[in-house]
Design a protein around this ligand. Structure first.
Ligand code: 9D3
Length: 241
């Protein structure tokens, strides 16, 4: 899969990429990630990418020409999508990540300042994505979030040992509690069941803990979760407590 990230801060993004699962997939050639510096497509002595808003008001607006010229410079491969990261976008979630993972190329446009000239949206953008209801300083972190979440779903990006189907949210529930050595830490012991070697008991305990956490912390998720008959039984027990 290919990502093209258009930004006025290409260096900030590329540092992040060298690390972790996405970095490894990039080094192994499974992901093709390129950065396009919007400023290189700006004209004039100062190469300005922003200007004052028509109609007045505070802050600056990103000029349309540098962004659209930068987009024209990107070669498009296969099924591709141009996405603007913006607070007005559709909220990103795991289902959205799955949907994006089926494209051959995602071209991510990061805004800065108070926003981008509306004509960028009208003439160049296919989809608009927000990562949630809080204010960031620009689209770069949001683009990294989208790239990370989508990359993990590309076959082979996660090592063979780990499966994205194990992850929280893939079945719509929160993760069960995890423990590693030592057996006792600050007087807290590892639950006995995890030391029992009884795989069926362990599986049931973990499922029950997943359901318990979801019930307590994110009851909204339970409505959408895919629950088995066994899950319903465990949940009924938890609701009694
Ligand atoms: C103070 C001005 N804001 C009024 C709500 C407008 C505004 C414009 C641009 C606020 C933030 C930004 C920069 N943010 C993004 O480009 C952005 C973003 C975000 O702020 N939150 C969640 N997802 C995203 S995706 C891009």
């Amino acid at each position: 899969m290919r990502f093209d990230i258009l930004t006025i801060f290409p260096d900030v993004c590329s540092v992040y990429l060298r690390e972790g699962i996405v970095g490894r997939a990039f080094k192994r050639g499974m992901l093709d990630i390129r950065f396009v510096d919007i400023r290189e497509f700006a004209e004039g002595a100062h190469r300005s990418t922003d200007d004052r808003p028509y109609g007045g008001g505070d802050g600056m607006v990103m000029k349309p020409e540098p962004i659209c010229r930068a987009l024209d410079s990107v070669d498009r491969i296969g099924r591709n999508l141009i996405i603007l990261l913006s607070p007005q976008g559709e909220t990103f979630d795991q289902a959205f990540a799955w949907e994006l993972s089926s494209w051959d190329q995602l071209i991510l446009v990061c805004g800065r300042y108070e926003g981008v000239d509306e004509r960028v949206r009208l003439t160049c953008i296919d989809r608009e994505i927000s990562i949630g209801d809080y204010i960031l300083s620009g689209g770069e972190l949001a683009a990294m979030v989208v790239m990370d979440a989508v990359s993990r779903l590309i076959p082979g990006v996660l090592g063979g040992a780990r499966s994205n189907l194990d992850d929280s949210f893939e079945d719509g529930l929160l993760e069960y509690p995890q423990y590693t050595r030592p057996k006792v830490f600050r007087e807290k012991e590892v639950p006995e069941v995890l030391l029992s070697g009884d795989h069926e008991r362990i599986r049931l305990w973990r499922r029950s803990e997943s359901l318990r956490r979801t019930l307590l912390k994110r009851p909204d998720l339970l409505k959408k979760a895919r629950l088995s008959r066994e899950d319903e039984t465990l949940l009924a027990e938890l609701r009694k407590d």
